[in-house]
Design a protein around this ligand. Structure first.
Ligand code: ATP
Ligand code: K
Ligand code: MG
Length: 676
């Protein structure tokens, strides 16, 4: 799949695009693109005049009219080909995905037994068992167990990933395969609404809608077309006053040369190719709007654990406080974690196993489990004998202990800070009014983060790290990773508040996240990138999903978004500059014979009015396929300030847009003259 994604253009894609170029001549589909629709209407008129010359009193112009018709037809086909080519790659991807989706059987839990049913019969809320070697029959959340899952069907990555109940790595995708162990999965999507289904309709472009930017540009292009239409309609009376008789095909050719056909023909291909470039990076964007917004991002919000750090916060030491002993602390830490399925909770028990630590597991029998919540920042157990055991953020545990009448050992603060200043997360362990000590959760900053944040700074993007962790750990990690700002002890509400605050200042905000607690913020952000490894809620709320679960990919997405906006801007500038140049190429040549004074303007010294018109029209058609590679690949973005970039592009594509047609039209004219 990955290989296929990378393959740029296969002969099959090109062949299908060529066929589609003819299908797209259908006026009903053409009308969506007003500029090209005008070209099509003109093509039809010239065709009629060519076929029925007597009716239009155009017998003498048969050869010229036929040539104009053919060039116009190719103008349309070239534009259609650009769009079809851009769509083709998505369609090829969709076909591969459909293959990986084929029907499979599911072991559905019914009552106390298991019933084998086709995956298409599964509904939201059904619970299935998937054992080693079996395909996961639908999108879902693991409710029990741990397994390694081969997700290559959707991610292209061949190394299996660990998926486990509880926490941020519990979601599984239909069409992926369990390669070891056994899991119980609660299905979270109805047939036809699964992740793969959505991916298929996305890459197929079935749901593609014009983005606000595209709509605005379309309005501009349509207005320009209208203006030139009026200019052309009023031209014959003026010309006949000067003694020049303008034939309808000449007027149509002139109109087509003047309206922005270059950008009109490539606009949709640019948008589709932009989306496709994101897909090449294994990021699925649910809308073109999100990709565009990524190009204008001012602020980026990242969470700490799992984004900036590896995120496998693992217990690595027990540090007792007050007069508690290490084994007392370890015992209570274990009991508080007996039913805690989060990676943090499990790591405590694993650490006990690895170090041979002892604890009285029977204390936990029939106890009430208090699951971890981002709001309370604690988890634990209420034992049958009435004792309450808690572990959690030092601050939260302190409050909890004080509220139940306990006192805080003097060395808690200092020992907690010692862990935090190393970038670790201290979890305090307490039973009723007594704090026993700290669990040292270790986590490491991913390599290369500093360089990536430096890149973002050069793009003018501010980075803010948001974490539920304490301020000292946050500060240490923030410094090590090189983010611009951080917010510690943040609740899900705080994350939304930060995003809103930035948005109120007129900024566009991007955010990455993987947890259910990130979902509201992912929805609020202009660009929300969820990790494929994350929870279903996070993926649902976001407008992009990274199949590789690499949050730093937001940087690539931003680069692609900027490239998309720049490509559109550059080709619009080029197209309009082109049309101005064509005006100066054709008009003097047309009036030269009747008004010899116009000869001064005929700087290009084109052969005859007929060859001038045909050359300009031919150039107008050829420039479209010549620019397809640029439209598909995109203008490369280099980190620099926006004004510098604008200046450079205006120079390159504006000036280039004026000069290139003069050279091109002159060259074509020299060839055309040979047989006109
Ligand atoms: N299983 C757990 N039991 C008790 N406390 C926990 C547990 N997991 C985390 N905590 C505490 O709660 C705090 C917040 O954790 P949470 O995972 O919500 O952070 P977050 O908001 O996702 O931020 P980030 O992922 O960037 O660290 C942690 O810093 C830790 O002190
Ligand atoms: K044009
Ligand atoms: Mg988190």
């Amino acid at each position: 799949m990955n290989e296929q994604r990378k393959a740029l253009l296969t002969p099959a894609i090109i062949k299908n695009a060529a066929i589609d170029s003819f299908k797209k001549l259908n006026p009903m589909s053409m009308i969506k693109n007003p500029v090209m629709f005008v070209v099509e209407a003109g093509t039809f008129v010239v065709l009629m005049m060519t076929i029925f010359p007597d009716y239009f009193e155009a017998r003498g112009q048969f050869g010229f009219n036929l040539t104009v018709f053919l060039i116009l037809l190719f103008t349309l086909l070239f534009a259609n080909f650009a769009e079809a080519l851009a769509e083709g790659r998505g369609k090829a991807q969709a076909d591969t995905l459909k293959k990986s989706k084929g029907e499979m059987m599911a072991n559905k839990i019914v009552g106390s037994g298991i019933k084998v049913v086709p995956s298409t019969e599964l509904r939201k809320g059904d619970v299935v068992v998937v054992a080693s070697g079996e395909w996961i029959p639908g999108d879902g959340e693991i409710v029990e167990g741990l397994a390694s899952v081969d997700e290559s069907a959707i991610t292209g990555e061949s190394a299996p990933v660990i998926k486990e109940a509880g926490g941020d790595f519990s979601s599984v995708t239909g069409g992926t395969r369990v390669v070891s162990d056994r899991i119980v999965v609660r299905i979270t999507s109805d047939p036809g609404e699964s992740f793969i289904d959505r991916m298929i309709s996305l890459v197929e472009g079935a749901k593609r809608q014009k983005t606000p930017n595209e709509l605005a540009l379309n309005t501009l292009l349509t207005s320009l077309t209208l203006i030139f239409f009026i200019v052309i309609v009023t031209l014959p009376p003026i010309a006949s006053y000067a003694g020049v008789d303008l034939e309808v095909p000449v007027l149509i050719a002139l109109l087509v040369c003047l309206i922005p056909t270059t950008i009109g023909g490539l606009l949709s291909a640019i948008g589709i190719a932009g989306m496709d470039r994101v897909t090449q990076f294994n990021v699925i964007a649910t809308s073109g709007k999100a990709v565009e917004a990524a190009g204008d991002i001012n602020t980026m919000i990242l969470d700490k654990t799992g984004t900036i750090t590896y995120g496998n916060r693992m217990a690595s030491a027990f540090i007792p406080v007050g007069d508690a002993t290490e084994s007392e602390l370890a015992g209570w830490a274990a009991i508080s974690s007996l039913l805690d399925e989060t990676p943090e909770g499990r790591s405590v028990l694993e650490y006990m196993r690895n170090t041979g630590g002892q604890y009285s597991a029977e204390l936990g029998e029939d106890a009430v489990f208090i699951p971890f919540q981002a709001e309370t920042r604690m988890s634990g157990m209420d034992l049958v004998d009435g004792r309450k055991v808690r572990k959690g953020a030092v601050d939260s545990v302190k409050k909890w202990v004080t509220a139940s009448g306990g006192t805080i050992p003097k060395d808690l603060e200092e020992k907690g800070n010692a862990i935090a200043s190393k970038g670790g997360t201290p979890l305090a362990v307490a039973v009723d009014g007594r704090v026993y000590g700290l669990i040292y959760l270790k986590d490491t900053v991913k390599p290369g983060m500093r360089e990536r944040f430096e890149q973002l700074r050069q793009m003018g993007i501010k980075t803010i790290m948001c974490t539920g962790d304490n301020p000292l750990t946050a500060a240490t990690i923030a410094l090590e990773a090189g983010v611009d700002d951080f917010i510690a002890e943040s609740t899900p509400e705080d994350k939304i508040a930060v995003i809103r605050r930035e948005q109120e200042q007129g900024k566009l905000v991007a955010m990455t996240g993987d947890g259910t607690n990130d979902a509201p913020a992912l929805a609020q952000a202009d660009v929300g990138l969820a990790m494929n490894s994350g929870t279903a809620a996070a993926k649902e709320a976001a407008n992009m999903v990274d199949l590789d679960s690499d949050p730093s990919k937001l940087i690539e997405v931003v680069t692609i978004g900027k490239g998309l906006l720049m490509t559109r801007g550059a080709l619009t500038t080029f197209s309009i500059a082109n049309d101005i140049a064509k005006y100066f190429a054709i008009i003097p040549a047309m009036f030269m014979l009747a008004i010899p004074e116009m000869g001064v303007l005929n700087v290009m010294n084109l052969g005859s009015p007929a060859s001038a018109i045909l050359s300009a029209l031919l150039f107008n058609a050829i420039i479209i396929p010549l620019l397809i590679p640029l439209a598909m690949r995109g203008v490369r973005y280099q980190p620099m300030s926006a004004s510098k970039l604008l200046g450079r592009n205006m120079f390159l594509y504006g000036l280039g847009g004026v000069i290139v047609p003069f050279i091109g039209i002159k060259a074509i004219d020299m060839i055309v003259q040979l047989w006109v």
